[in-house]
Write a protein that binds this ligand. Structure first.
Ligand SMILES: NC(=O)c1ccc[n+]([C@@H]2O[C@H](COP(=O)([O-])OP(=O)(O)OC[C@H]3O[C@@H](n4cnc5c(N)ncnc54)[C@H](O)[C@@H]3O)[C@@H](O)[C@H]2O)c1
Length: 273
């Protein structure tokens, strides 16, 4: 531990798994007071107990739940220094010609409305408290390059970049920095679900990337740690791309998501139906 985030109060959504979990672990080890939030209460509570931190259940697609997570964080710690809008899912996958309006809306609500709610309510609290702050959101390579992500997912992640720029311009007046991270393939349960397992994800994605690798969630957590820390105090409105060189090499280097086996078309994961 080097104390890069010493005593900073941080709320992380989707912190029960993958990038969010590793961000919670790293931030806690760097001295932050982390509030772990997730829709998965069992896993979130387990991690919070292990780290000795608070947990709050919240479905990020619901504004009142995001607002409650933010106000509870301030209630527990008296401050909010950093909000990480990380929660996400793959959402509806398949041809845009077959995508239903309900699946479109539900996917956007989890991936994009959530970031709007996070920026809005964290930004309000930070403005009110008067000490500035940092808001970080998870975009994706899919939001930058056509054809490397499912259609609706890509739209949402492009929206996250636009929202980041707009919010950064507006909120800088209150000393609030707003940034995003856009990873390529990161080896988490989300990716393993899409590819049908860890080894398949490595073969399908990493093998095609220019660096021949897929990032680990700990590495995305490290970038978020930098952006959350005072070392990045002049960094705002920025989207940090961490994609093993895929965007430079073009979409041909990346996995394709638009032509999935028939049984995967136009279907949301069970918990979102
Ligand atoms: N893994 C990758 O390759 C990759 C690449 C680019 C961007 N991302 C983004 O990184 C973020 C984290 O993804 P991950 O790979 O760690 O996935 P993950 O599945 O390991 O973790 C996602 C977490 O979000 C939670 N979650 C899902 N829906 C929620 C909701 N409605 N409300 C609250 N919590 C909810 C899940 O319970 C889970 O704990 C996502 O926004 C994802 O789109 C991931």
């Amino acid at each position: 531990m080097t104390g890069r985030l010493k005593d900073k109060v941080v709320l992380i959504t989707g912190a029960a798994s993958g990038i969010g979990e590793h961000t919670a672990r790293l931030f806690a080890s760097e001295g932050a007071l982390v509030v772990i939030s997730d829709i998965n209460a069992a896993a979130g509570e387990r991690l919070a107990r292990e780290l000795g931190m608070h947990f709050i259940a919240a479905d990020v697609s619901k504004e009142e739940e995001v607002e409650r997570a933010v106000s509870s964080t301030v209630g527990w710690h008296g401050r909010l220094d950093c909000m990480v809008n990380n929660a996400g899912m793959v959402g509806v996958v398949g041809s845009i010609l077959e995508t239903g309006a309900e699946d479109w809306r539900r996917t956007l609500s989890v991936l994009l409305d959530s970031v709007f709610f996070g920026i809005k309510h964290a930004g309000r609290q930070m403005r009110e408290l008067g000490g500035g702050g940092v808001i970080l959101s998870l975009s994706s390579l899919a939001g930058l390059v056509g054809g490397v992500g499912p259609q609706v997912y890509s739209v949402a992640k492009a929206g996250v970049i636009a929202l980041t720029r707009g919010a950064a311009s507006e909120l800088s007046a209150y000393g609030i920095r707003v940034n995003a991270v856009a990873p390529g393939l990161v080896m988490t349960p989300l990716v393993e679900e899409v590819y049908g397992g860890h080894d398949a994800a490595l073969r399908g994605g990493a093998a095609k990337s220019p660096l021949g690798s897929a990032a680990m969630p700990q590495e995305i957590a490290a970038s978020l740690c930098y952006l959350a820390s005072d070392e990045a105090r002049h960094v705002s409105a920025h989207t940090l791309v961490i994609d093993s060189g895929v965007s430079a090499a073009g979409a041909g280097a990346a996995p394709q998501f638009h032509h999935q086996p028939a049984d995967f078309l136009g279907r949301l994961p069970e918990q979102y139906q």
